[in-house]
Design a protein. Structure first.
Lengths: 358, 274
């Protein structure tokens, strides 16, 4: 495994010093509770001491001139973190979802698939969640794709001020879902009559009264469909950027050739550019789709926990941390993961395959 | 020629209409923010202020959110810097020192970027309580760093993959080791990627809500949690809320305004294919 070993005395001294310092730190922090104000630094101290110790080991590994081993060793802290925080925790969640854990005290009594069975058979709220997620996902993806593609084609005309428009369409992406939800909740205020306000008031001022509507308070599923508006506001610019990148990467020669053959601009988009944008559409659907399956903060801020606008992410949160129904919360979390995995895993696997071939 | 002018005019009209719609929420926030208290009325929401510009709402909003803005800053800055360093090392190793299974490893890491955090939330809370990192900002920094590993690694890996191996081979002939090559060749070349990742992580952590809401107690709430709480409260008037929302969104908006180019690159990296 190790072909050669080169002893470098000063590196060895460094390694020993680091390992001793790390070990001393671990010893110190495991015997003392260190606080800075109200912040408990014990675990962080342990973590950093452990890392110092590990860097000492890395220095020694570096002296064996095997770069693969060194490379893996350098990656190890991240690998361990991901192994625990992603895969370990997923496993742990699955276990919780198969238990009877209700209340603050962990209870791992085996309950099999009971939580899942109940969600699908005895829980009207979860069925509302599924329908809402479906409505949101379809509306969100279609909205972003149509508006994003439309804006991308407009910006592709090489008009003056392109950069300004691009900037305007993209900026909502930098705002948090919470901030966006708070503002849009006011814009889409459903009050009527004298208390008309928000967009409804604006429609009234502009003599567009037929547009005045009840927004989220419309009967379902239409009410839910309106939650798509802020989400599309935030992410259609992103979709536009994806499409614009795709369009710009199509060589001008191709368009020129079509023009020479007498194709109109419309035909060029219809028969040349759109078919070539299919991979971009696929990426966009996967990115947007996984976002909408996870949608959470926007609904919290918009819907203020209105049950009619409930989605699995919000249900998981409230059932776990407000109702202490941990087993059910874990089951919802696992189901969310499954839905995202179905969408994303094939994409990731394909991505990995194409890379390995190159 | 005339047809072309007509067409371009039409395009401009559509673009301008779209731009107005996109800017509407921000316009409302700014407009409301600058009105004095006595001019604030839901019925005149869209009217311009009649007695000049006032800062009442921003002052009131700032008073509500000041401690939380400070919390967010204290959490986000170390988080962004440490994440970038970690991502840079990972990206270097996974792009230039491939070993058998390194692509699989990278894919397994990448998966962590897509998971709904609800699926790891209960173990995370229990684990952070066990580590006594629950309720406070250092714990939140650690969590953001760890769940940031996939995206930071991805951005750096794509960036380094675009740097030719010739320069590394030249370095090797000069006797540089794996660590030396990173320190003397790759790291100095990484400034643009560091900008992308730091800006990305800054924006993400600033805007994040779920971890912040679940892992911190009230005195350590970052600004998103406090803003949401403000919105739920019956005691805060909507005009103050609008100003507070603008204040909460301002740091990431400014980052976007001045460093948008880097922000966009981070965004595109999220769509994989680098």
């Amino acid at each position: 495994m190790f072909r050669s070993f080169k002893l470098r005395p000063n590196q060895l001294i460094l390694a020993v010093v680091l390992m001793l310092a790390g070990a001393a730190g671990v010893y110190y922090f495991s015997n003392n509770d260190i606080k800075f104000g109200t912040t408990d630094l014990t675990s962080l101290g342990l973590l950093i001491s452990g890392l110092v110790f590990y860097i000492g080991i890395l220095v020694i590994i570096g002296m064996f001139e095997n770069e693969t081993v060194l490379s893996i060793s350098l990656l190890l802290p991240s690998i361990v973190a991901i192994a625990i925080f992603v895969y370990g925790f997923i496993g742990w969640s699955v276990r919780v979802s198969l238990s009877q854990w209700q209340g603050l005290r962990p209870d791992y009594t085996w309950a099999g698939l009971e939580q899942y069975y109940n969600l699908f058979h005895n829980d009207p709220r979860f069925l509302i969640d599924i329908r809402n997620t479906a409505v949101f996902t379809v509306g969100f993806i279609v909205g972003c794709l149509v508006i994003g593609l439309g804006l991308a084609i407009l910006l592709d005309q090489r008009l003056k001020g392109e950069a300004l428009f691009r900037g305007i369409f993209l900026f909502p992406m930098s705002i948090s879902f919470i901030a966006s939800g708070v503002v849009w909740a006011w814009l889409m205020n459903p009050a009527t009559g004298d208390r008309l306000t928000g967009l409804n008031l604006l429609f009234h001022i502009m003599h567009l009264d037929p547009l005045i509507n009840l927004w989220f308070t419309n009967p379902q599923p239409w009410g839910m469909a309106f939650t798509v508006i802020p989400a599309v506001w935030q992410l259609s610019g992103f979709t536009m950027a994806l499409y614009l990148g795709g369009i710009r990467s199509i060589s001008d020669d191709l368009r020129e050739a079509a023009r020479v053959d007498g194709a109109t601009e419309f035909q060029i988009y219809r028969y040349i550019i759109l078919p070539m944008l299919q991979p971009v559409t696929l990426s966009a659907v996967i990115i947007l789709g996984h976002m909408s399956l996870k949608i959470f903060d926007l609904i919290v801020a918009l819907g203020k926990q209105d049950i009619r606008l409930d989605v699995p992410g919000v249900y998981m949160w409230t059932t776990t941390f407000q109702a202490d129904n941990y087993a059910q919360g874990a089951a919802i979390g696992v189901l969310m993961l499954v839905s995202v995995a179905i969408l994303v895993v094939p994409y990731l696997v394909q991505n990995m395959r194409t890379e390995t071939e190159i | 020629m005339n047809r072309r002018i007509a067409k371009n005019t039409l395009f401009y009209l559509i673009l301008i209409a779209a731009a107005i719609v996109f800017l509407l929420p921000v316009y409302l926030m700014v407009l409301t923010g600058f009105k004095p208290f006595n001019e604030v009325d839901l019925k005149t929401m869209w009217s311009l202020p009649t007695t000049g510009l006032h800062l009442d709402n921003f002052v009131a909003g700032f008073q509500q959110l000041a401690p939380n803005l400070a919390n967010s800053l204290m959490m986000v800055i170390p988080e962004a810097l440490l994440s970038a360093l970690l991502g840079s090392i990972n990206g270097y190793l996974l792009s230039k020192w491939k070993f058998r299974g390194s692509n699989l490893l990278f894919t397994l890491i990448l998966f962590g970027m897509f998971i709904p955090y609800q699926s790891i939330l209960i173990p995370l809370v229990k684990f952070m309580q066990f580590l006594k990192l629950y309720g406070d900002l250092p714990g939140l920094v650690l969590v953001h760093m760890i769940y940031g590993i996939p995206i930071t690694t991805l951005i750096f890996r794509n960036y380094y993959a675009g740097i030719g191996t010739e320069i590394l081979e030249a370095g090797r002939i000069d006797g540089a080791s794996l660590v030396g090559l990173y320190r003397y060749i790759m790291f100095p070349l990484s400034a643009p990627s560091f900008a992308v990742v730091i800006i990305w992580q800054f924006t993400q952590a600033w805007n994040e809500f779920l971890f912040a809401a679940v892992l911190t107690n009230q005195s350590h709430w970052p600004v998103t949690v406090a803003l949401n709480n403000l919105a739920y409260s019956q005691l805060v008037r909507w005009n103050v809320l609008m100003a507070a929302t603008l204040l909460a969104a301002l740091p990431t908006l400014l980052v976007y305004l001045f460093l948008g180019r880097y922000f966009l690159r981070g965004l595109m990296a999220g769509a994989l294919k680098g």
